[in-house]
Write a protein that binds this ligand. Structure first.
Ligand SMILES: [Zn+2]
Length: 220
């Protein structure tokens, strides 16, 4: 037996059939032009998710370049020549063959430096806090929670990422119009505005996401 042997097996019919599968990663009923594309600014920071339709328009207008899997940038003509990888890429049928749907585009001009902003909403606050009461640590569904003003509103506490936390209804009632030290209810952790990467997680939300996006979503 070879060292580390015994792992060899002959090709099965299933292995072979993979070679003849439709060369697309798209679900058959998904319009490839609606697929999500990550938009990076000049500094390679993610700014938003757009549709493939809009991404290709930006590429065609030379406002953006498309990134391939190795991070190389392509203009529209270069992208047209890029082959569609079997089973990995989504594509749009075009007259001269197939146009690969980009997953990431890079804006060429500075424009406004747009950082993703996350709206200060009940749900986003709960997402930031991991659906966990910031006083007692209880976890649960959104219906379990209120949003608590750390410094009470009646005493000048503002609506901000740093003054609002997720609290279960009983902690919220118990705390009342007191500060955490007054109530003897220390916070599990100091509330902060969502970090860049966290903001992106919220921004991306439940959209279909690609592994090509990960390095950019983690950055910063
Ligand atoms: Zn609680």
């Amino acid at each position: 037996m070879h060292p580390g042997g015994g792992r060899h097996r002959s090709l099965t019919e299933a292995d072979v059939s993979v070679l003849f599968e439709e060369p697309t990663a798209a679900l058959p009923d998904v319009d490839p032009l609606t697929l999500p594309v990550l938009v990076l600014n000049k500094m390679y920071q993610p700014v938003r998710i757009t549709t493939a339709r809009r991404a290709l328009r930006l590429l065609y207008a030379d406002t953006a370049r498309a990134l391939d899997e190795s991070g190389e940038l392509f203009d529209f003509m270069g992208w047209l020549d890029l082959p569609v990888r079997m089973g990995l890429d989504d594509f749009v049928p075009i007259i001269r063959g197939r146009l690969r749907v980009p997953r990431i585009i890079h804006l060429r001009r500075y424009g406004k430096m747009r950082r993703p902003t996350v709206r200060l909403t009940r749900r986003n606050l709960m997402l930031r806090d991991g659906f966990t009461c910031q006083y007692c640590g209880k976890r649960g569904p959104t219906s379990l929670f209120d949003i608590d003003h750390v410094q009470p509103r009646s005493r000048g506490g503002e609506d901000s990422w740093t003054n609002l936390v997720t609290a279960c209804q009983s902690c919220n009632r118990r705390k009342g119009r007191r500060t955490p030290p007054e109530a003897g209810m220390p916070l599990k952790r100091q509330p902060t505005a969502p970090r860049w990467s966290h903001a992106m997680q919220l921004l991306v939300g439940t959209a279909r996401r690609y592994k090509e996006w990960e390095p950019f979503l983690k950055a910063g």
